[in-house]
Design a protein around this ligand. Structure first.
Ligand code: HEC
Ligand code: HEC
Length: 516
């Protein structure tokens, strides 16, 4: 924006409401100050009071009869099968479940040998430990909300809440340290990943058809959402060589969850989180142990129906997982919130241009276009194969703000996540100590998924292990493929660098009303 433009608008709006003035001045930047209407505010007040009322009631019930609160905070698959619950119901129940403090009798932890002087079995649970043990996990907490609260509910984690994944169960040294990211906007992210995976799979299928028809090897470039994922070579016998595929595992499944990008769906991420953080095993995993589809070492040495030997047979069943998927998918998205202070608005506009100039956007792509906003999740236990699916329209259901249609007919939506959902080489300084496996293949230690930057202002500390207290520290630690961009950031005149930081600090979450 030119200085002339700013003066012109400022003069025109001299007598206008200050907020209108800001909105006008940012109109050619695509970003707008969001000014809620009175009606919206009334709805928010109702929501906040309703939530407070439910929480007070649940706490009172639970104090009188332990376990009562959990009954309110879950829906069984049998209940879901009756199809009488709305997505709104699932949201409320999931909200309670996310905050619920589990107890050993509800499956928290495990009853495996562990504590000195305590025999294995229900009495040993929960067996909490700060450092996780290999892929088995913790448990290291009692509720999801324990680590996802920085910046508000469903937020990020503090440095002291860092998770020590894949350690020896005892020493922090050599464990794979991770800071909890916020869990907002994940519905649209899952929907994007699904579309990207299917675009990549189509590219592979087309290459196979060409190679088998022509009887010769065919190499084709792979793209999804206009972004390059390297190339794939199909051989005449119908097999493929994926050694030149980049940004994604050789199976071409885009996995948008976790700092490395190791889980493809919210359902899988939730199942893993229950298991490794709370020691709460899902029934579908117990059935997989029963049927010999997975090794029980990940879960414990108890009988399949109580594989972690804590006396609780059904810890998480299909209905509870679907409820949690429906809850997380309906949370709001973070937004770009230009500064309130008119004097900072020029800096914001300048920072936005600097973001492009130093090529942050090659990985932190401002917005990806989503065609189908429906996230579908379905029951997996053997007895539930005929259960109806749960479908969530992530452009409409639940908390606002939501992703917006890019045209009047709603043919597609913009998802302003500031990520390309590809993995990148980030240099040895940021390398993880252990390799993580995704889709049967290791993710190189130096590779990380481009972390979405939406909501950044409310998620400090930064980077996968929370080592960076400020945004500036996070950028300075970039290496590998991001080295040139990082160097350009460091070489910026002070004024431009601080303008970029003003811009990045405008990536925030809306703050909800909370009843005291
Ligand atoms: C002990 C802290 C802790 C607890 C408790 C916890 N999480 Fe997390 N969460 C994390 C960390 C750390 C990550 C990043 C994991 C990774 O990189 O693999 C994460 C990542 C996630 C993500 C993926 C977010 C993204 O953008 O990649 C989801 C979804 C999630 N957690 C949901 C849950 C749910 C549901 C629960 C409760 C069952 C839970 N978490 C409990 C620490 C925690
Ligand atoms: C080559 C791709 C790439 C480029 C270019 C890049 N980044 Fe990143 N960025 C990443 C990845 C990958 C991560 C996660 C790294 C980690 O946690 O170890 C990340 C993390 C971040 C974080 C921390 C986010 C959080 O939630 O902790 C910030 C802030 C950030 N980048 C800003 C920038 C800025 C500003 C630029 C431009 C100067 C930039 N990045 C350029 C890939 C890139």
């Amino acid at each position: 924006m030119t200085r002339l433009g700013v003066t012109f608008v400022a003069t025109l709006c001299f007598a206008c409401d200050a907020r209108m003035q800001l909105a006008t001045r940012t109109s050619d930047l695509d970003e707008q100050l969001t000014i809620p209407s009175d009606h919206d505010l009334e709805l928010e007040i109702d929501d906040a009071l309703g939530k407070k009322h439910r929480e007070d009631l649940d706490r009172a019930l639970d104090a009188r009869e332990p376990g009562e609160q959990l009954e309110h905070a879950q829906l069984s698959q049998l209940a879901l099968d009756r199809q009488v619950f709305t997505l709104d119901d699932l949201f409320r129940v999931g909200d309670d479940l996310f905050a619920y403090q589990f107890r050993p009798e509800q499956g928290l932890g495990n009853g495996l040998a562990g504590h000195v002087g305590i025999e294995a079995g229900p009495g040993a649970a929960p067996n909490l430990r700060r450092v996780q043990q290999n892929a088995f996990g913790g448990p290291d907490a009692m509720s999801c909300g324990d680590c996802h609260a920085v910046g508000g509910d469903d937020g990020a984690g503090t440095l002291t809440q860092n998770t020590y994944f894949r350690g020896d169960g005892d020493r922090t040294l050599e464990s794979d340290v991770r800071n909890a990211p916020a869990v907002l906007g994940l519905g649209p992210i899952q929907a994007l990943a699904t579309e990207m995976s299917s675009e990549l799979a189509s590219g592979r299928a087309a290459a196979i058809v060409m190679a088998t028809t022509a009887g010769t090897s065919v190499t084709v470039p792979l793209t999804a959402k206009g972004l390059s994922f390297g190339s794939i070579t199909a051989l005449p016998d119908g097999t493929v060589d994926a050694s030149h595929v980049t940004g994604v595992s050789p199976d071409l499944v885009v996995r948008p969850f976790g700092w490395k990008g190791h889980q493809p769906t919210l359902r899988e991420m939730i199942k893993e989180s229950f298991r490794v953080h709370l020691g709460i095993v899902s029934l579908v995993d117990q059935q997989a142990v029963r049927d010999g589809r997975v090794s029980s070492s990940l879960y414990g040495d108890g009988p399949w129906y109580d594989v972690d030997n804590d006396g609780a047979n059904i810890e998480v069943e299909d209905g509870m997982l679907s409820t949690m998927v429906a809850y997380l998918s309906q949370l709001e998205i973070p937004i770009v919130q230009p500064p309130d202070d008119p004097s900072l608005l020029d800096r914001f506009a300048r920072g936005r241009a600097v973001f492009d100039q130093v090529q942050c956007g090659t990985c932190h792509v401002r917005s990806l276009t989503l065609v189908d906003p429906i996230v579908v999740t379905h029951a997996e236990q053997t007895e539930n194969t005929a259960s109806p699916t749960v479908a969530i329209d992530v452009a409409r259901a639940g908390m606002r703000p939501k992703i917006q249609a890019i045209d009047l007919i709603g043919s597609a939506y913009g998802v302003p996540l500031f990520s390309d959902l590809r993995r990148h080489e980030m240099g040895t300084e940021l390398a993880s100590p252990v390799e993580q496996i995704a889709g049967g293949a290791p993710i190189p230690k130096t590779q990380w998924l481009t972390r979405p930057l939406w909501g950044l202002a409310d998620t400090a500390p930064y980077l996968h292990d929370g080592r960076a207290p400020t945004i500036s520290d996070a950028v300075r630690a970039h290496g590998g493929e991001a080295q040139a961009s990082r160097d350009a950031f460091v070489a910026l005149p002070d004024d431009d660098r601080s303008a970029l930081l003003v811009y990045l600090l405008s990536l925030a979450r809306t703050h909800k009303l909370v009843a005291p």
